[in-house]
Design a protein around this ligand. Structure first.
Ligand SMILES: [Zn+2]
Length: 1088
């Protein structure tokens, strides 16, 4: 018979609040459940000594332990930021603790690492408050009492998020001090911990489940009962009574057909961001050793880590730990995944660089972990901004996911793609969760975007519920992946997360949750999903559009070095087949590529890292430039002996590294050949016309002397430049007021409008300074300062104007506008002194062209985007990424805007803009202003003269008008020519005569096929040739070569051999080969 309750009804809001305080570390923590987590504590049992490493050095264990250590105590402050302090810790376990588990509690308000005395990293620690806090290290599972334990702790004076003051993205505070707040040993009360974890799940369900469900009410009731039963004066009995209540609640099983969540442990470690690369090398060891410890206690636990580069670093710095990780990997517990060298930015690297990310990544995994990865893992960014965090746990980066990725993923042997990037769009919600992503060429990849909308899930009830609520494809696939574990510098899953997942494995009211690998998840989806939606084309990320422009030096270096390595590989491959003695610099090239790929990490190349990381990156770039130029010089010398060593008359040659014939006017310093038609204005260079074959070396003395001419002259108040194709008219400010195509009889600048206008925009984003240019900046454009133009070169081969811009009180620019006799292309070379605060500089052109679409260069292809603001998807793309060009074409005619190191474009209506420079102040306060400090000790290399030394920038853009639409135009090749100048060398006459002039490799028949890459095969002396279809249509072509080719095979990016291609040895040409739209085709040529 039911009895009446003598108690008043429990109220939801009050009970929720009461239950939160019951476990709180901040409220009533001297008497609540939190106060019972440890039953014994001791500080007396510990002796502490310290060695502070001078000069911010990060030294290895072996060196550290040999140093002289001094006694120290808690309460001491350590610094400055980025310094390291090694502690020798000696612990004597109290006699009466026999039989108990003993833990070290260490809080140095910073990151730290526990080392065993034989030099094995045991576990990472993260001090201070916050969700990342991890201060316990298990010393003994069962103490004997009176034993002595020795260990070392390496304290790094930075937090998980570096050393920014007050706000994580603020530039680091260089002199921060970190308090050694807590060092003690303690005995946990295991029953209290169990109740603590139980309550996290039950309270979570009371909070997160809809109020009108039975389970939400039951959870609330259970919370109330537990707290009522918590008699702190009779604690052990009370804990058992409470655990009985929670057990009854947690034992109810999930409904049949409940949603299934695969919980994948991970710790997203940014390879550099708010800390430099050197700190990342330590973060990996801290995070991953921690995960090995958790595996000891949780046999079902699976952890994944990505980024081959980080694993390679670990193998170099911590070989013993690396061995442990490989052992865990063999058991399937610690899975190295991801497929790429680093988790790269996907907007800015070239097509070939993306291929290399996969090539180097997959080869590393194959070599060190026995297999290629099946998943392309690129989860960054966005963390769900949980209410208990000041900042979302995220590393914001700018990965719009480009269109060629499906094809590259598949060609690398990977099958699946995991990300969760687009949940952070600030205009449109992306409509899919589990879907088939169809790339530019039609390749399909099974893709999943974690519906918990973070890669640093806390594995709490909220994450579980979001996995259903925000899953947009439940009808097709009743499962989700939940990547959990603290990221942004690592750490990874915490014990509490694993405990919560155990409790949520099979419980009424929640999805079922299983710890498993990401591979298992995708394999299961592949089997069970039905009718998945397809998403064709670009996964445009609607945020962080400033990262196309921030850190101009980094972008410039990346573009220039991608092309430099391309040239180096081509010339080295030519040497390999033409010179018997030549040794292909494979090892050097591997290192150069890996370093370039490293800097493509998703906070470095986008420009969203701190200054220390940017200085690191520039040193790496500088090294690549010096080394690659040296190797290129050596290779060229192998092909054509340098004139200097022979004492004969020098002979100047121009080398064309592009796979097609080109005709250009080039500037040659100190050239005085008979055919010189024009000295430069300063008389220190001459201009010559060069017509050069694919991969050809052309003697400049043979340069053709046709009748095409260019001239520059004043006309009234204006200046005119004219050649056989165009007449360009500029006013005194240097604005392009007319561009007339003489052959088509067509004016391109609308009446009363102009181009080449320097525009300033207010550039104050909502929060992410270096990352974002926001939509409202478009309302603030104004002409930048004043300018005046004058004629510099008058022809007949080269005409030039110089425009001096006073952009503002602080910034100036000198622009040289060049038109040559060889082409309708109008070049604009910029030298800018840049000293601004949150200002964006763009150049603007207006064209008399009518089109609703503009075409942008991307990796091995193009993407078309709207020029209207019709829909939210159109105006979300107010600033977009383009590589070497953007093109605006209507029926019959078009104009392309080319660039040599910029990426931020916008085309709206008939207005075309290229973003040139930004001036954000966080997280790098000197972004694009440079500072002399880190250049003093080193000479500047040519590529370095930009965005580095006190705000000096050099870059170029060009206007290329063309008959016909983009698809009928020569824009793709022109954009290569603009980026890849011919290489001028002085060589010996005799060497030049000896050489066969027949083409090395030539593509015949299809102008839409671009021969991009020529390299040696990874594992043999065969030649790899990579081509792509550039316009989006079918191509039929033949490959011709003067080489003694034995056979040709198709292959993938990994260079696995596929079908044989028919090759006529006598005529040295293949049969007709067919490529489909935007196909990336790799051929392996076996040469005798
Ligand atoms: Zn990241």
């Amino acid at each position: 018979m039911a009895t009446l309750s003598a108690q008043p009804r429990f109220l939801r809001s009050i009970t929720l609040d009461r239950a939160a305080k019951f476990s709180s570390a901040d409220f009533y923590s001297d008497i609540n459940l939190y106060s019972q987590l440890y039953k014994k504590r001791s500080t007396d049992a510990i002796q502490l000594q310290v060695y502070s490493v001078p000069d911010l050095r990060r030294i290895p264990f072996d060196e550290a332990v040999k140093q002289h250590f001094e006694p120290t105590t808690t309460g001491t402050l350590y610094g400055p930021s980025w310094s390291t302090h090694w502690f020798k810790v000696k612990i004597t376990v109290p006699h009466e603790w026999a039989g108990e588990q003993v833990e070290l509690i260490w809080d140095s308000s910073s990151e730290a690492m526990v080392w065993s005395t034989d030099g094995i990293p045991r576990q990472g620690l993260t001090g201070d408050k916050g969700n990342d806090r991890r201060v316990e290290y298990v010393l003994l599972k069962k103490a004997k009492g009176r034993e002595t334990i020795e260990l070392f702790v390496e304290m790094a004076c930075n937090g998980m998020f570096g050393a920014g003051m007050n706000n994580i993205i603020n530039p680091p505070q260089e002199n921060r001090r970190f308090l050694l707040a807590q060092v003690e040993i303690a005995v946990p009360n295991k029953a209290a911990w169990q109740l603590f974890y139980d309550m996290q799940v039950i309270l979570g369900m009371a909070n997160e489940l809809p109020e009108d469900t039975v389970r939400a009410q039951e959870a609330l009731y259970a919370c109330n009962q537990v707290i009522d039963s918590f008699d702190r004066l009779n604690i052990e009995n009370a804990l058992q009574k409470c655990l009985q209540i929670t057990r009854v609640f947690l034992e109810k099983k999930a409904a049949p057909g409940a949603h299934r969540v695969t919980a994948v442990g991970n710790c997203h470690i940014d390879t550099a961001w708010l800390w430099p690369y050197a700190e990342t090398r330590r973060k990996t060891a801290r995070s991953w050793s921690t995960q090995l410890r958790l595996m000891e206690d949780y046999p079902e636990y699976v952890f994944v880590c990505s980024q081959a580069q980080q694993l390679e670093w670990l193998s170099q710095d911590y070989p013993k730990l690396f061995k442990e990780i490989r052992a865990a990997s063999k058991k399937g517990r610690f899975q190295a995944i991801g497929a790429t060298w680093v988790e790269m930015d996907c907007n800015l690297p070239s097509g070939e660089a993306l291929c290399r990310q996969f090539l180097y990544g997959q080869r590393f995994y194959e070599m060190k972990f026995g297999a290629r990865c099946k998943i392309f893992w690129l989860p960054d960014t966005f963390g769900y901004s949980a209410q208990h965090r000041l900042f979302p746990h995220l590393t914001p980066v700018s990965v719009s996911i480009i269109l060629q990725l499906p094809q590259i993923v598949k060609q690398s042997g990977a099958e699946y793609f995991f990300t969760q990037k687009l949940s952070w769009n600030n205009i449109n919600k992306f409509p899919n969760t589990t879907f088939t992503w169809v790339g530019l060429d039609g390749t399909k990849v099974l893709t999943h975007m974690a519906p918990c909308e973070t890669y640093t899930a806390q594995a709490d009830v909220g994450d579980m519920i979001r996995s259903i609520k925000r899953n947009r494809d439940l009808a097709f696939s009743n499962q989700s992946l939940m990547p959990y574990g603290n990221g942004d510098g690592g750490g990874g899953p915490q014990r509490a997360m694993l405990e919560r997942i155990r409790r949520m494995k099979d419980i009424d009211g929640l999805p079922r949750c299983e710890m498993d690998s990401a591979n298992a998840f995708f394999e299961s989806v592949e089997k069970q999903a039905k009718g998945l939606q397809e998403w064709k084309g670009e996964l445009y990320f609607e945020l962080h559009r400033g990262t196309y422009t921030s850190q101009a030096a980094t972008k410039r270096y990346n573009r220039k070095l991608e092309f430099l390595l391309r040239d180096l590989e081509i010339v080295s491959t030519m040497c390999l087949v033409l010179e018997r003695e030549f040794s292909y610099p494979k090892e050097e090239l591997d290192l150069l590529w890996k370093n370039l790929l490293l800097n493509q990490f998703h906070d470095v190349l986008p420009g969203s890292a701190i200054e220390l990381a940017n200085i690191d990156a520039r040193k790496i770039y500088q090294h690549i430039e010096i080394k690659a130029k040296k190797l290129l010089g050596d290779s060229l010398d192998s092909l054509y002996r340098s004139s200097k060593s022979l004492g004969e008359e020098p002979c100047y040659v121009a080398f064309n590294s592009l796979g097609w014939r080109r005709s250009e006017i080039i500037e040659v310093p100190s050239y005085t050949g008979d055919n010189l038609q024009q000295y430069s204005a300063g008389k220190n260079a001459g201009y010559v016309r060069v017509e050069n074959d694919a991969f050809g070396f052309k003697d400049l003395a043979e340069s053709t002397n046709d009748h095409k001419r260019v001239k520059a002259f004043a006309s009234g108040e204006d200046f005119v430049m004219e050649n056989d194709w165009i007449i360009a008219k500029f006013n005194q400010q240097g604005h392009l007021i007319s561009l007339f195509d003489k052959n088509e009889m067509r004016e391109l600048v609308p009446e009363g409008q102009a181009g080449n206008k320097m525009k300033f925009y207010e550039d104050i984003p909502l929060y992410w300074d270096a990352w974002d240019v926001e939509i409202y900046h478009l309302n603030t454009g104004k002409n930048a300062g004043t300018s005046n133009a004058k004629i510099k070169e008058v022809g007949p081969l080269c005409a030039a104007l110089v425009v001096k811009h006073a952009l503002s009180e602080n910034s100036t620019a000198v622009q040289t506008i060049v038109l040559t006799a060889a082409s309708p292309r109008l070049d604009f070379h910029m030298n800018v002194e840049w000293h601004e605060n949150r200002v964006l500089l763009k150049v603007e052109f207006m064209w008399d062209i009518h089109s609703d679409l503009a075409t942008y260069d991307t990796q091995f292809g193009v993407v078309q985007r709207s020029t209207t603001y019709n829909t939210s998807h159109d105006y979300a793309k107010f600033e977009v990424c383009g590589h070497k060009f953007a093109d605006l074409s209507e029926h019959g005619y078009g104009v392309a805007l080319l660039n040599d190191c910029k990426f931020g474009y916008s085309c709206h209506g008939n207005v075309m803009c290229l973003s040139l420079l930004r001036s954000p102040k966080a997280p790098d306060v000197n972004c694009d202003m440079g500072r002399i400090k880190d250049t003093e000790s080193r000479p500047l290399t040519p590529f370095l003269r930009c965005g580095y030394q006190l705000g000096h920038h050099e870059f170029s853009f060009a206007v290329y008008p063309h008959k016909g639409t983009f698809h009928e135009s020569n824009v793709v090749r022109e954009s290569y020519q603009f980026n890849v100048p011919m290489i001028i060398r002085s060589v010996s006459q005799s060497a030049l005569k000896e050489r066969d002039k027949a083409p090395f490799i030539e593509i015949e028949g299809a102008k839409n096929v671009i021969l991009d890459t020529v390299k040696r095969a990874e594992d043999s002396n065969h030649i790899i040739v990579r081509l792509h279809e550039a316009f989006g249509g079918r191509a039929m072509f033949k490959l011709k070569s003067s080489l003694n080719i034995q056979s040709i095979h198709r292959c993938n990016i990994m260079e696995d051999e596929g079908d044989k291609v028919e090759f006529n040895k006598a005529e040295r040409v293949t049969r007709w080969l067919v490529m489909h739209a935007f196909e990336i085709l790799t051929l392996k040529l076996k040469v005798k």
